[in-house]
Each structure stands twice: as C-alpha cells, then as structure tokens.
Design a protein around this ligand. Structure first.
Ligand SMILES: Cc1ncc(COP(=O)(O)O)c(C=O)c1O
Length: 476
C-alpha cells in the first residue's frame, strides 16, 4: 500500500479483516465514530474509506443502522466457469436418482446438507403460531371453508404490496394463490406447453424442474449460465433461433444451485428479447427476498409490459415451507392457471393463508428478513471457507449474493455419485451434481445446503473433503 492515501489504508485494513474472517458477510463493521476513535483518524477519512469499500461492493450502508459486509473483497480464488451444456433439446430421465436423493434427505440420522431447506431456527415460529391462533379464533367458519381460486384476498393484498420491493406493480387481482412455488410452476408449464415441447432452462438447474419436465413429457434445452450473472443471453438468442423453444424457465435471483443473480439491466434485455420472439418466461423468484444486501434485486416481471412473464414464488424459504403457500402472477396466462388450480385441488388450505396474511399485515416481515439474510450471508461464508480448507486442491465454490446454497466444483477425478455413497455411510447427505442436469452432467459437482452452521455441519464438510481427498491420493 505504498503511496496510498490515509483513507485507502483504512479501507485496506478493514478489507484485511474481512478477508481473514474477523468480519464476515452479514456482520456489522465498526461505526464511523467508533473507527475514528479507534484508529485515531478523522471522521471524513473513515467515511471516505467506507465509501471506497461500498464502491467495491464489499460493504453497504443501511439506513439508521450502519455499515454491513455484503461480500468478501475480490479474492484470487479461481471461479466456477460458465457452464457448457449440450446445445440440443433432450428428453429428461433423472427421476430415479432424484428420488433416491430425496429419500435420504428425509433421513434424520444423517447430517443434512442435501435438501435446500431453510434453517428452522431462523423461521418466525412463535409469531406465526400466534397469527394462526388469532385467525382460528377470529374467522371460525371461514377458517374451515374453501378459499377458492384466486385464493385469500387479504393475502393477495399483502403479496401485491410486497411485489413493489421487487419492482413490480400488480393488483391483488393479478395474483393466484397456489400450494407452493412448485405447484405454480407445474401449472404454468401446463398452461403454456404441450407434450413434446421444449423448455429452455439454466444449466445447472433445480432438479425438481427437470422432474416436472420429465413428468409432462417435455424436452429440456440447457442454456450456458454464468455463476454470477445467470443465463448467457447471446447463447439463449442463438438457441431460440435454432430450436423451437416454447418457454423459458429461469430462477433469475439466486439460482438454485448456482447462486447466480441476473443484473437488472440483463433482466430487462431478457424480457424484451423473449417478447420479440413471442416466447413466455416462467420466472421463479423463491430466493429473491434472501439477498444479502439491503435492497433485494428486481424480478424480470418488473420489465414485463405485455403479460409475457409468469412470476412464481412462495413463502417456503422465508417463513414456513410446511404451510405450502405460494403464488403466481401470471399475466396472459392467469385464466388458464387459475383453471388448472381449480381443477387440480380446488383451493390451497385456508388457515395458513389467513395466518400468513395476518403475519404480513402486522409488520415485522422486513425485520425478520434482515435477520435471516445476515445469518445466511454468514453461514454461507463460513461453509464456503470450510470447503476451501478441507476439499482437494483445485476445488472451486460459488459466491452467491443471496439464498443459502453453495455449488461446489471438485477436480474432475471425483465422481460425486460415488462420493455421495461414501458420505451416506458416514451419515452425511448432500446433493450430487448430476441431478441438476437433464443429461446428468456435473459428475464432479455437488450442492451443499449452507443454511445451518454448527459443529456437526463443520465436521460433516471436513469428512466429505477427506473422502474426496482420499480419491485424490488414489489417483496419484
Ligand atoms: C428454485 C426453487 N423453486 C421452487 C422450490 C419449491 O418451492 P415450494 O416449496 O414453495 O413449492 C424450491 C425448493 O427448494 C426451489 O429451490
């Protein structure tokens, strides 16, 4: 730092503390006044230093709260590269492997790093239970009656209000309540596609999407995806021009498993491009509220002028997965999706809808989100560091800016299905890479749920690392 100004030196000191883990993503750094006293530099020097760190995307200032770490300073670790899937649509047949993994995800004797479930200790159980009791008392008959589609009005009002934070101006009438985000996606695909049609998806993508595509007799076309910025739009355009693509199904914010988040200007470009080709977009925003930064990213739906984007989401990652409450803002496809909902299961269960509406109306959801975002940023950072310390040389790990999953690339000689079998014997589960691809690519990748940090989790990651390193030794 020779020749650096004083504020650059201060910024550099804080950077070092973040790099060595003293402060982690999610943590508050010293206040401006605190640091000015501690380091005996002026308030304006500290402010300049913090502004520099803000420009570097390392910290952010939160109104009336202070400065928080949002990501580690640029590190020299090699990054996972843009994926290179096959360029032809393919039939999907991954259900058997997925079913085996899902079965193990339910085994309570295993350290669970497999399913992308939220940390139960971070869910607002007591407040939600109070909301449930209060609607049970207040509504009596309504509470045990059907809330026919489009679903509970009070809840749709709350969802429409919250949609503003994602850049979306919608009315409660634009929303259909579903039993979770997955159900919304199934209805959207059913409304748009017929068997044999091709669905463009990110590569890698959430394995349940692949299962739905398989179940509906559709084909998957995997599109190269950048680990931070999401789908490559040039390749998508090329793919659309050379294949008959019926719909795109993308997780635009904090993709599962990659963690990628498409920048807002690229979301706009995506929406305009698909509009031009007359191809609808089904957008899954289930992780959007889990941004580590103060302001959550927009949804692609925010740029939709013609109703071509079908936005699906739920409360499964933020409040209560077991409530099974999601929603769809379906644009042009609203009637078809509402009909599918009605034919399939008449309505989503009433008490959870009313309880969620009460919970959201009471306020405090933003406070809850701030708490869980900070916790996930921290846990993801701790687990990521443990992976880098314990896995074989050459391992790369994703750098999500939201959500709670990590995508890990191991050296090519490690077969993650083989590693999975060995980990099961050591009573650990994770999600092996091949289940995230229609062609069962990603054999040397795996996904870890990083929602929980504990001694058992730390030991489990070290064990997976040791098992993978054994393979490295055998290779030599
Ligand atoms: C990207 C994505 N979409 C949808 C779901 C399922 O959502 P829900 O439980 O609301 O049906 C998950 C669950 O892991 C997910 O990761």
């Amino acid at each position: 730092m020779n020749g650096a100004t004083l504020y650059e030196k201060v910024a550099n000191d804080i950077s070092r503390l973040i790099k060595n883990g003293t402060f982690r993503p999610g943590d508050k750094i010293p206040s401006v006044r605190g640091l000015n006293r501690q380091m005996k530099v002026s308030v304006s020097t500290v402010m300049e230093a913090y502004r520099l760190l803000e420009d570097q995307g390392v910290v952010e200032c939160r109104p009336q709260s202070g400065y928080y770490v949002i990501s580690s300073p640029a590190d020299a670790r090699p990054e996972i590269e843009v994926s290179q899937p096959a360029s032809r649509p393919t039939k999907v047949s991954i259900s058997e492997v997925v079913m085996m993994v899902l079965k193990n995800n339910r085994d309570s004797r295993l350290v669970q790093l497999g399913a992308a479930v939220p940390n139960p200790d971070l869910l607002p159980v007591d407040r939600l239970n109070r909301a449930l009791c209060s609607v049970t008392r207040a509504y009596k008959i309504r509470n045990i009656s059907y809330e026919f589609q489009p679903g509970c009005e009070e809840l749709r009002v709350q969802i429409a209000k919250r949609a503003l934070t994602a850049g979306c101006t919608v009315t409660p009438d634009d929303i259909v309540i579903t039993s979770g985000c997955q159900e919304a996606i199934v209805f959207a695909l059913k409304a748009i596609c017929k068997p044999g049609d091709t669905v463009a998806i990110e590569s890698p993508t959430y394995y349940n999407f692949l299962q739905v595509i398989e179940m509906l007799g559709l084909k998957a076309l995997e599109i190269p995806t950048h680990p931070r910025d999401g789908v490559n739009l040039d390749t998508l355009r090329y793919a659309i021009e050379h294949n008959r693509v019926s719909v795109c199904l993308f997780i635009t914010n904090f993709n599962n498993p990659l963690g990628s988040c498409m920048p807002d200007n690229r979301k706009k470009e995506l929406v305009e491009m698909l509009e031009q080709y007359g191809i609808p977009l089904i957008e899954d925003d289930i992780y959007g509220d889990l941004a580590y930064s103060y302001q959550r990213p927009k949804v692609a739906k925010a740029f939709d002028k013609s109703g071509n984007v079908v936005l699906c989401s739920s409360f499964s990652k933020t409040i209560a997965p077991g409530y099974r409450v999601g929603w769809v803002i379906a644009g042009k496809y609203k009637e078809a999706i509402a009909r599918a909902k009605s034919i399939t299961n008449l309505a989503t269960s009433t008490p959870p809808q009313l309880a969620l509406a009460g919970f959201l109306a009471d306020g405090g959801y933003d406070h809850h989100l701030r708490t869980i975002r900070r916790a996930y940023a921290r846990n993801v950072s701790l687990i990521s560091d443990t992976v880098m310390k314990s896995f074989p040389e050459g391992t790369k790990v994703s750098r999500p800016q939201g959500g709670h999953v990590l995508w890990v690339e191991l050296p090519e000689y490690v077969d993650s299905l083989e590693l999975y079998e060995k980990a099961l014997k050591a009573r650990i589960s994770f999600a092996p890479g091949p289940i995230f691809s229609s062609r069962q690519k990603y054999r040397n990748f795996l996904r870890l749920n990083a929602a929980v940090w504990s001694d058992a989790v730390q030991d489990a990651i070290k064990t997976i690392g040791a098992l993978a390193r054994r393979k490295a030794k055998a290779q030599r």
